[in-house]
Design a binder for this molecule. Structure first.
Ligand SMILES: C[S@@+](CC[C@H](N)C(=O)[O-])C[C@H]1O[C@@H](n2cnc3c(N)ncnc32)[C@H](O)[C@@H]1O
Length: 268
C-alpha cells in the first residue's frame, strides 16, 4: 500500500513538472509570437512612412529635412525617457514634427493610462496620414494638430501663458539644421516655456546630414552652416542643459538623440 502511494505521489510530481514546463513553453511561444508580430508591424509601418516622407521631402525639403522616416531603432531610442517616471501620476507629452506618426506610434506604445499626447505637424499630407492612423475615437488621449509649432496652441487654449510649464516630456524631430534661424529660436524658446521645471526635452539630429553641411563645396555655404550650428549650440545652451544622449547607427543617416533638462529662470 505504501509503495503504491509513493508511486502515485511520484507520478503527480512528474505530471506537475511536465505541465509547468508546457505552460512555460507556451508562455515563451506566445511572447515570441508577439515579438515577431511587433517586428513585422514595425517594419511594415516604417516602409509605408518612408514612402510618405519621401513624397513630402520632394515638395517641402526645408521643413521635412529627411529622406526617410525615423527607423524603429531611432524611434525606440527617442522614447526612452518616457519610461523614466520619477514622479507619480500621468505624463503630459508633446511631440513636435510628428510626420506620418512614426515616433508617435512608439510614444503611444509607452504611454500609461491617463497619459496624454499632443502632436503637431506642419506638412498637410503628413498630418493627414498621422490623423488617419490615430483617430480620436480610438485614441481619446491623443490629439494630432496641423500647424507650425511656433504658432500653435492646443484646442481650447487662447493664451500661451495658460500652458506654461505644463508638459512633462517634449519630443522634437524637426530638422533644426534646415530651418531658418528665427524659427529654430522660436521653437527652442517655446519648448522651454511649455516644459515643466523637471520635464525632459528630447530632440534628434542626423549625423550624416550634419557632416555633409560641414563639407559643402561653396565656402560661403560652409561658413553659413558653421555659424548656424554655432548659433544653435548657443541657443540650446541658453535654455537647456544635457541629461543624456545616445548614438543610433541603424537609421538613414545615423543619428544622435539628445535629452535635455530645463535651465532655471532664463530671462529673455
Ligand atoms: C525629419 S521629419 C520627422 C518625421 C517623424 N517624426 C519621424 O521621426 O520620422 C521632420 C518633421 O517635422 C515637421 N516640421 C518641420 N518644421 C515644423 C514646425 N515648425 N512645426 C511643426 N512641424 C514641423 C516636418 O513637416 C516633418 O514632418
Amino acid at each position: 500500500m505504501q509503495k503504491m502511494l509513493r508511486r502515485v505521489g511520484f507520478c503527480i510530481v512528474i505530471m506537475a513538472a511536465v505541465s509547468g514546463q508546457m505552460q512555460a513553453q507556451g508562455d515563451r511561444l506566445t511572447a515570441i509570437k508577439a515579438a515577431v508580430a511587433e517586428f513585422v508591424e514595425d517594419a511594415y509601418q516604417y516602409g509605408s512612412d518612408c514612402v510618405e516622407i519621401l513624397q513630402s521631402v520632394i515638395k517641402d525639403p526645408r521643413h521635412v529635412g529627411a529622406f526617410t522616416a525615423s527607423s524603429p531603432f531611432l524611434a525606440r531610442a527617442t522614447v526612452t525617457k518616457l519610461c523614466d517616471r520619477e514622479v507619480e501620476g500621468p505624463l503630459k507629452i508633446l511631440e513636435i514634427g510628428c510626420g506620418a506618426g512614426t515616433i508617435t506610434r512608439y510614444i503611444i506604445r509607452n504611454m500609461q493610462q491617463n497619459d496624454t499626447l499632443d502632436a503637431v505637424e506642419y506638412v498637410p499630407d503628413l498630418y493627414e496620414k498621422a490623423q488617419t492612423k490615430f483617430p480620436r475615437e480610438h485614441y481619446p488621449n491623443v490629439k494630432i494638430y496641423r500647424g507650425a509649432f511656433e504658432n500653435w496652441l492646443p484646442e481650447g487654449v487662447e493664451n500661451i501663458g495658460d500652458i506654461d510649464g505644463s508638459y512633462d516630456r517634449i519630443i522634437c524631430t524637426v530638422p533644426f539644421t534646415k530651418l531658418e534661424n528665427r524659427v529654430v529660436v522660436d521653437i527652442l524658446r517655446k519648448a522651454y516655456r511649455l516644459l515643466k521645471p523637471d520635464g525632459i526635452f528630447t530632440y534628434i539630429t542626423l549625423v550624416g546630414a550634419e557632416t555633409l553641411g560641414y563639407v559643402k563645396p561653396d565656402v560661403r555655404d560652409r561658413r553659413a552652416y558653421w555659424q548656424k550650428m554655432h548659433g544653435f549650440a548657443g541657443w540650446r545652451a541658453r535654455y537647456f542643459e544635457p541629461c543624456g544622449s545616445s548614438f543610433v547607427f541603424f537609421n538613414v543617416t545615423a543619428a544622435m538623440v539628445y535629452h535635455l533638462k530645463k535651465k532655471p529662470e532664463v530671462i529673455d
